[in-house]
Design a protein around this ligand. Structure first.
Ligand code: CIZ
Length: 308
């Protein structure tokens, strides 16, 4: 038995022993994707965490995602194999920044992307994901909306909804590595390919795409375009592996090979094994913050339950 097979065997034994479920984000390492009980985006995975009968969740993603699972499933043990897998975008806004924004725009409603820490979610009115941001913003009665923290997702939502969105200057350092010229060049090599890019990409990149969608939307886009053989994928490179497993007959080309999120790649098979051996590192959210953060997520669910 080789090292990897041995590791997987031990993980499966401990998973059974601790009644654990392994949830894996679409951007994780291939070897981690391969041992998932469920793969998906942060919202799908958090819902799975809340609904699953298992009492332990191994969340292979970044910190805010494991925290969202804990907000929705407070009685469960939520483990993040590498506690240092943070999200730079999520940390681009502070509680004080939100207070200042609310003071400056007192009549505004605050919509926050799921890529935020629990503490920030506890100060916003509505949470949203890349999959439902447009729908959430459209459903809010007010025209004056503060959208945090991603300026590119915010600009995309502003463009679609035509609402007066006040944007924060946050961005994902991985998605901004994808450049318009990367797509133009790939289109020359693959003239029949369809291009789908994440709304965290820059506006220039969004403008040259055939579709703008989060990772869940990318899967739907490929399903819809049955006659297309080649897709150029403008997001973190891990998504190409996920798509290749789902649609082995098609070809998926990363818009940029530089779009690798170093945080997403921190979880490994070894770290999954260790976290199941020690039941550490665990995610904790202070109950006062959790209740308030849960409200913003619940409001999102209320709006989106008809479309998801
Ligand atoms: O919500 C998520 O999981 C993120 C951050 C991206 C996506 O579109 O899946």
């Amino acid at each position: 038995m080789n090292n990897k097979t041995e590791l997987i065997k031990k993980i499966l034994e401990l998973k059974k022993q601790h009644d654990a479920l392994i949830l894996v984000h679409n951007y994780q390492l291939e070897e981690v994707q391969d041992i998932a009980d469920f793969l998906g985006d942060s919202l799908d995975l958090s819902k799975k965490a809340a609904q699953a009968p298992q009492k332990t969740i191994v969340f292979c993603g970044v910190h805010f995602m494991a925290e969202t699972a804990k907000i929705l499933a407070p009685k469960k043990i939520v483990l993040l194999p590498d506690i240092n897998s943070g999200c730079p975008l999520a940390n681009m806004i502070t509680k004080k920044d939100i207070f200042d924004l609310k003071k400056k725009y007192p009549k505004s409603t605050v919509v926050g992307y799921i890529n935020t820490p629990a503490e920030i979610k506890s100060e916003i009115d509505y949470c949203c994901t890349s999959a439902n941001a447009v729908h959430v913003v459209q459903s809010i009665g007010s025209e004056n909306i503060i959208f945090i923290p991603d300026k590119y997702l915010g600009a995309y939502v502003k463009n679609v909804t035509k609402k007066n969105l006040i944007l924060w200057n946050g961005f994902c350092p991985t998605h901004v590595k994808i450049l318009e010229k990367d797509i133009t060049k790939l289109r020359q090599s693959y003239p029949k390919a369809k291009v789908v890019v994440h709304p965290e990409c820059t506006i220039e990149v969004q403008n040259v795409a055939d579709e703008i969608a989060g990772t869940a939307g990318m899967i739907k886009f490929v399903q819809k375009n049955q006659d297309t053989e080649v897709f150029i994928i403008g997001t973190e490179v891990g998504m190409c592996y996920r798509l290749s497993k789902l649609f082995p007959e098609k070809k998926f080309i990363p818009a940029s090979k530089l779009a690798i999120c170093p945080n997403m790649k921190k979880n490994s098979l070894e770290k999954i094994l260790w976290c199941l051996q020690d039941l550490q590192p665990q995610i904790f959210v202070e109950e006062k913050i959790r209740i308030k953060a849960y409200e913003s997520i619940k409001k999102m669910y209320k709006i989106t339950e008809n479309i998801e």
